[in-house]
Design a binder for this molecule. Sequence first.
Ligand code: AHG
Length: 335
Amino acid sequence: MHIGTTITQFIIEEQRHIQGASGDFTSLLNDIVTACKVISRSVNQGALIGVLGTAGTENVQGETQKKLDIITNEVMIKSNEWAGHCAAMASEEMDEIYPIPANYPKGKYLLIFDPLDGSSNIDVNISVGTIFSILRCPDGVKEPTEKDFLQPGTKQVCAGFALYGPSTMMVLTTGNGVNGFTLDTSVGEFVLTHPNMKVPADTREFAINASNMRFWEAPVKRYVDECLAGKTGPRKQDFNMRWVASMVAEVYRILTRGGIFMYPRDTKDPGKPGKLRLLYEANPMSFIVEQAGGASYTGEERIMDMQPQNLHQRVPVILGSKNEVEKVVAYHKGA
Ligand code: AHG
């Protein structure tokens, strides 16, 4: 019995439409998919294999690392360093970029990832995920450095995320729409279940960490106040609210039923312009959301147009249903 279109078949069929494609990109994606299956197994087995809890170390952001942050980072590195598709990698969990070791061939892509997004949710058994972004290594660069990774989001060749939830899902874009695949654990394959995902332009659902309300800037406060006022307020309709504290889960929800997600700039820590990281959270999610017909801004500017300044740069993120995101942007512009 045929199980449907597997992710491998889907990627190979996409490759056939690209003239001169060497198959390198297809192989790289396959290695990422394999890594995500391995991570899915570890996340799923959790306490049975002793991987829950903290590792007792901090990453470059000063965040306490979970055991699974370190394990999943290692899985991504080991799965993607050997095949000759990557020139270098970078991760939320590593201060510096990771050059491909000298004993392996180097390829033409730069891979950037957050190996386990939402890892504060692991011990409470709420969905987490892996986010990745693929860039081309600039022409002629044999030994990439951090500056080669500092490309605007518009230069991404591919972005995707795996979601380890009730089902394990993989969501992908190569700039030609967004497709979702569900892991069939009985055969170990991701199968196309959500072709051509679209974010509805309108929504009545918003997601924001309301415990930061006193630190928000006026445009975000105004937007949320108007949603909370419901039918009796200026929006003349009731809104629903969600906050999972896993961006992967929030973006997946937005891809399936619309919504707006905000982690805005606030005054909590003036040294941090937002919480989320540009290169391995905001840019890949912006690419996916835009490809599905949504929008993604800092409040003032389109995230994918930003020129990154450093590897672990943070940015405010407001993404999701187009008309709502545009409303928040208009409030930032003083409308
Ligand atoms: P991390 O990858 O370090 O676990 O970050 C999780 C992110 C993101 O997924 C989520 O939307 C946000 O942090 C949650 O932040 P709060 O805990 O401040 O709500």
